[in-house]
Design a protein around this ligand. Structure first.
Ligand code: F0G
Length: 468
């Protein structure tokens, strides 16, 4: 049987519904073909993100009730800090309201205009936080990670050559920190191997530059190391995490992923001075250091979630469910970035809709079509999200890949519902050339994919021959 077994049973359910196709067409047009602007009540299966969308356990809900709301030194903070220290092993644990707040504080205290921050691939919020300071966010993922067709176990690995070249080109003094995203979300939810983590770590130590993990999906990364990397199959997830984190000097974390909560984040650091500077800024922007923009109950739920996410039965089910969606798509011949990621499948829009040029946002077209066809919401990770000006030439460059991410919330959807998603993907593919390209009618100056409005190129219907 290829079923990943759920290590839970369902105690509470939430009503969802499929609105009619004409209604979906109307909503899509009103939203400017941007699914971020469609009301969630009109979405059947929501795979926009795995962030903050997890189902919490009975123990997490119980922890909420037990949250200590003291302004300073709450019991919930002590519990949260204890669990984080046990898993991550860093000296300072600083809560924030979510991941990007952690990144903002981390960079604001170390990065200045003209600096360069290498990563395997920056997620959009880390990129935006770096660029907001006038610095350059540099992607150094190994070439294997840029080839959507290649089956390889650790396509999140960073290229040591590219990292070394960055130091040669920009100079050590312009690189205040190196980041490593585990797993590499923008590169397809692909894991980073322990061997690569160790290599990058050794290089950073040689250069005397701190290495910081963007650790949102650390447990999923640890699971892949256990399953795929030689020498790690007999080791527990706790052990693997301890080894991973010992290679870095700290991390930023969006608890909305691998802490199985709906809101929360934190920064960990070993460096006392850096932690002090960051904490001072935290008080200004987020709150007192023992709550950092969260309620005490949020800290309590995070502590419990961090314990649960390390459970091997949970991880086998979690990664297995995403892999199973991949197998359904294989059967239906829907092309996606290989292999399946830890938290998501990334449909390869250039292969799925080859008639569309990059300028017409093929991944955004596929995303809008998924909603129109089946009420499924995914997210574009392509030119709408990542087109940018080359810092050296000033020319507009497209990202290497044009992807549609089907991010699977944790413990939320059944296998049947994901089978349905695979069918909707296949239905979009079957209509192929009928889908018309999109053009932007309005966009903000940064992070445009969240709020931009689009329309079918030149106006008219989105699906050729559709009477609306
Ligand atoms: N880093 C990575 C790798 C992420 O995937 C995210 C969020 C963040 C940082 C920022 O965390 O949302 O708590 O501020 N990713 C979500 C996603 C939004 O859909 O992938 P946040």
């Amino acid at each position: 049987m290829d079923l990943p077994f759920e290590p839970y049973r369902i105690k509470v359910v939430e009503r969802i519904r499929r609105v009619s196709r004409p209604e979906r067409a109307r909503l899509l047009e009103t939203a400017g073909y941007n699914v971020f602007k469609i009301p969630s009540a009109s979405i059947y299966i929501d795979l926009l993100t795995d962030s903050g969308t997890s189902a919490m356990s009975d123990l997490q809900w119980a922890a909420l009730m037990r949250g200590d709301e003291a302004y300073a030194q709450s019991r919930s903070f002590a519990e949260f800090e204890g669990v984080v220290k046990e898993i991550f092993g860093y000296r300072h644990v600083i809560p924030t309201h979510q991941g990007r707040a952690a990144e903002g504080l981390l960079f604001a205290t170390r990065v200045k205009a003209g600096d360069v921050v290498p990563s395997n691939i920056h997620f959009d919020t880390t990129r935006a936080n770096v660029e907001h300071l006038g610095a350059i966010a540099l992607d150094c993922v190994a070439d294997a990670g840029l080839d959507p067709h290649l089956e390889a176990p650790f396509k999140g690995d960073m290229s040591l050559d590219k990292l070394r070249d960055a130091f040669t080109k920009y100079g050590r003094e312009r690189i205040p920190v190196v980041m490593l995203t585990i797993t590499n979300n923008s590169g397809g939810g692909q894991p980073v191997s322990m061997a690569n983590i160790r290599e990058v770590s050794a290089f950073c130590r040689e250069m005397d530059v701190p290495l910081i993990f963007d650790a949102c999906r650390f447990a999923e990364n640890a699971w892949f190391i256990q399953q795929r990397e030689e020498g790690w199959s007999g080791r527990g997830i706790e052990d693997i995490c301890r080894e991973m984190f010992s290679c870095a000097d700290g991390c930023t974390m969006s608890a909305k992923k691998d802490a199985l909560v709906n809101i929360g984040g934190f920064v960990c650091l070993n460096d006392d001075e850096w932690a002090r500077d960051l904490t001072n800024l935290l008080i200004l922007r987020e709150g007192f250091p023992t709550y950092g923009g969260l309620a005490g109950r949020d800290l309590a739920a995070m502590a419990q979630g961090l314990r649960e996410v390390m459970d091997p039965d949970y991880l086998a089910y979690r990664i297995g469910q995403v892999a199973r969606l991949g197998r359904r798509l294989d059967e239906l011949e829907v092309p996606y970035l290989r292999p399946a990621g830890g938290h998501a499948i990334y449909v390869d829009a250039l292969a799925a809709l080859p008639h569309l040029p990059r300028e017409q946002f093929p991944a955004q077209v596929f995303t809008a079509a998924l909603y129109l066809e089946g009420g499924v919401r995914a997210v574009e990770i392509g030119s709408l999200m990542f087109d940018h000006k080359d810092p050296d030439t000033g020319q507009m460059v497209h990202p290497a890949m044009e992807l549609v991410r089907l991010a699977v919330p944790r413990r939320v959807y059944t296998h049947t519902q994901l089978d349905y998603v695979a069918e909707v993907c296949a239905a979009v593919m079957r209509k192929g050339r009928n889908w018309r390209g999109l053009e932007i009618t309005w966009q903000p100056s940064a992070l445009r994919h969240f709020t931009a409005s689009l329309r079918p190129v030149g106006g008219g219907t989105f699906e050729a021959g559709d009477q609306g």
